[in-house]
Design a binder for this molecule. Sequence first.
Ligand SMILES: [Zn+2]
Length: 65
Amino acid sequence: MPCDICTSFPVPTTNFQEFETSVIRHGTLYKCKACDGFLEVIAEERAPRFLSVEEAKRLYSQTKD
Ligand SMILES: [Zn+2]
């Protein structure tokens, strides 16, 4: 579940680490430093998606434990 900081993405930006970009998905994966949750920002979409660890691993190759 996203934490309070996740739901206020993208501010403050210092709380989010850019993890990986996907050309195929037009997406950027971010990790919340507060809860270690993954967020995906799709270029065409206004709101971020909250991904489970399993989804992040499936969609982004460099995602590690
Ligand atoms: Zn969070």
